[in-house]
Write a protein that binds this ligand. Structure first.
Ligand code: CU
Length: 80
């Protein structure tokens, strides 16, 4: 998963239960995070350019997320 131009790319991905997803910040100078509001606001570390963060998804379902500092940035992980 890339984060570039204030977007999660792709905005929607489908994975299998147990898979791990990694987000990488491809911006030149902007930092981002990944927040899951439906899990009590669970949030990644802030990712600075070229930094990454990953989490695994054990349970099937839909996991919408946004960016902490930029709430208009949205994505979803669909776990099958
Ligand atoms: Cu952001």
């Amino acid at each position: 998963m890339a984060i570039a131009s204030y977007r999660f790319e792709p905005a929607e991905i489908r994975v299998k239960a147990g898979d791990t997803v990694r987000w990488i910040n491809r911006e030149k100078r902007t930092s981002h995070s990944v927040v899951f509001p439906e899990e009590g606001g669970r949030e990644s570390e802030r990712m600075f350019p070229d930094e990454s963060w990953e989490r695994s998804f054990a349970v099937p379902g839909r996991y919408p997320y946004s960016c902490g500092p930029h709430p208009e940035m949205k994505g979803i992980v669909v776990v099958e």
